[in-house]
Design a protein around this ligand. Structure first.
Ligand SMILES: [Zn+2]
Ligand SMILES: [Zn+2]
Length: 439
């Protein structure tokens, strides 16, 4: 799916990708394409779950060092994270290509993060080659900083949240990545997400002989889920609350003294999530504890994921790049996609774009079918087209300061979501402080 295309961008500053630049990028892809596919296949064949991505980390950082990038590791305390940089001239934009490379438990690369890694690396290498060619020819306007950021643990670990906290994204003019999916889509917003756990503690007793002496922790868990079920009637339709009971007791003849709920609460707006929905879900658990006489302990086990905010100017660039690739896109979603990504946390502090690149129409991600496609010919097409799409987008930003200004003016700063918080109250306080500070 890399046919040539005559369509020119109708972007905000009237900038289109110069035909010479596009030809150089395409020639670059011909030169490095097989290497990128080798990296994609290798990561696919060695699936590693969150924060254990040592094979992918070694492969990507070794390649970047060989290509002349300065590589920094262990960012935000994560030993499979990295930030690689190649600097050309003075000034110019700092553009980051974001890689993910973690797999899912049980089904390997069912989210296709091997494709994200290879396409992100490829986009950076293509732009680097182009800049070096321009400099060799003595052309101006090629100053800039090419950054590749390796972000582990996207699937449930919130790796980017720790890296945001470490300041890894602060100096960027834009952070761009692609994600494989069931359609081509230039940009979408997602839901913010808070993960909660509720541990109820009661008193064990023989369930038949002395039931009156027991305090039933399972009853508290069941009441919580029933209360959440009723609460859903009064929640906005774009809010999601879903939970499992991970521990509900051991045997029927002992009243359970412990139960454990793991819940995700999601909403498109962080203020609605923190100030309205999450407190009401917590009240369901508190009410259940009161009704049953149990104690409830609330924890936030993983970093909150902020809602993803695509930059509209970057979205237009990606839309035109899709056209050049000969890929038909679906219309932008009217509502937030009802999932979440830790790229949302990045999108609150710098301009980002997170387009979907189709593997197969209508594909459900996180499935065995997605795993199979991510390692096959469809996955290879997504790697090559993804690398070119990212390189085309970055090249336009590199070549046009006016376009970069448009990206900056379209950016609305959000909340710097913390990676670790002790309580929902702390999270709300941090959010409220930043709101009042005008962030
Ligand atoms: Zn996923
Ligand atoms: Zn994913």
């Amino acid at each position: 799916m890399t046919s040539t295309h005559d369509e020119t961008s109708t972007c905000h500053s009237g900038t289109s990708l110069a035909p010479g630049d596009e030809a150089s990028l395409r020639a670059g892809l011909t030169a490095i394409g097989d290497d990128l596919l080798g990296i994609s296949h290798s990561i696919h064949a060695h699936p590693e779950i969150r924060f254990q991505e040592h094979h992918a980390f070694e492969l990507l950082t070794r390649t970047l060092r060989e290509e002349g990038f300065a590589v920094q590791t262990d960012i935000g305390g994560l030993d499979t994270s990295f930030r690689a940089e190649a600097v050309y001239g003075d000034g110019g934009p700092t553009l980051a290509f974001v890689c993910e490379y973690d797999a899912l438990e049980g089904i390997g690369h069912g989210c296709g993060h091997n494709i994200i890694a290879a396409a992100g690396l490829g986009g950076a290498l293509l732009v680097k080659r182009l800049i070096e060619q321009l400099l060799e020819r003595g052309e101006h306007g090629a100053a800039g900083r090419i950054v590749v950021i390796g972000t582990p643990g996207e699937e449930g670990g919130g790796g980017k949240a720790y890296m945001v906290e470490a300041g890894c994204f602060d100096d960027l003019d834009a952070a761009i990545m692609i994600h494989p999916a069931g359609e081509n889509l230039s940009g979408m917003s997602t839901l913010g997400r808070v993960a909660l756990t509720f541990e109820f503690t009661g008193t064990p007793a023989h369930a038949a002989v002395n039931p009156e002496r027991g305090v039933n922790a399972l009853d508290a868990a069941v009441l919580t889920l029933n209360a959440v079920g009723l609460l859903r009637q009064q929640l906005p339709s774009d809010v999601r609350v879903h939970a499992v009971i991970e521990d509900g007791g051991d045997v029927p003849n002992i009243i359970p003294s412990r139960s454990f709920i793991r819940a995700f609460v999601r909403a498109p707006r962080t203020d609605v999530l923190l100030n309205d929905v999450v407190p009401r879900v917590i009240n369901c658990a508190r009410g259940a504890a009161l009704a049953t006489g149990t104690e409830v302990d609330l924890q936030l086990p993983t970093p909150p994921y902020a809602a993803l905010r695509p930059n509209p100017v970057l979205q237009d660039l990606v839309e035109s790049a899709f056209a050049r690739l000969g890929r038909t896109t679906v219309p932008p979603l009217q509502e937030a996609f009802p999932g979440s990504t830790d790229m949302g946390n990045v999108s609150q502090i710098v301009p980002v774009i997170h387009p979907n690149v189709e593997l197969q129409t209508g594909l459900n991600m996180h499935s065995q079918q997605a795993t199979d496609l991510a390692g096959g010919p469809r996955g290879d097409e997504a790697v090559l087209d993804g690398a070119l799409l990212l390189a085309m987008t970055a090249t336009q930003l590199l070549r046009s300061p006016a376009l970069l200004d448009d990206v900056r003016s379209a950016f609305v700063p959000g909340v710097r979501t913390p990676a670790t918080v002790d309580s929902v109250e702390d999270l709300r306080r941090i959010f409220a402080q930043q709101e009042s500070a005008g962030n």
